[in-house]
Design a protein around this ligand. Sequence first.
Ligand SMILES: [Ca+2]
Length: 220
Amino acid sequence: MKQYFFYLIICTLLVSSCARNKDNITPEGIAYEVTFVGNWTAANHPTDYPGNAHFSPVTGLSFKNFGVLFLEGAIASKGIQEMAETGETGKLVREIRNIINKENDGYDLVLADGPTMSGSDSISFEIIINEEHPNVTLVSMIAPSPDWFVSTGIINLFGVDEVTVPALVYDAGTDSGITFTSEDLETDPQGVVEPIVSAPLGDGTSIAEPVAFFRFKKIE
Ligand SMILES: [Ca+2]
């Protein structure tokens, strides 16, 4: 009988946890202040540097195991495609809510929707993790660009007090434009998500200077 009540309590906790997420209320857990630090300037990245360089709203989630928003070498989701091509986050947010509510793998949805960030602006926001959901993935469009975006990749924050990581830079494989202001040119058939290493952002083998950094600091 004791065991029965134990499971009843656990289930109640799980249900209320899901309910919080469905209601779009911040879940309980370990809070981190995330600072997105833009480093995309004409001085750092002179090749084809566009006049209105900026980043779209930073979007992402904390998750357990499989809540990845994209994988290198795999086809991008519609949400990643829309974010990478236009900066819009509607489809991506729906995908994240699905990971949280239906797949029971995601935990906290982040949408740092504020004033448009120039290439060198910073923005801070919070994300919640817990021991069961220690992983974080965040993304933002490099704008203007054909289908290029920055990401944290997958970072496990459990037990981490503070860490700063350079933004990884990806091509979503959905538009074949070759520079920031190229006309729309749908990639048909759709390619896969790949790290960007070539111009105008890279030197052929890597991105010499990160276009942004993500700083995570545990809130005590
Ligand atoms: Ca592309």
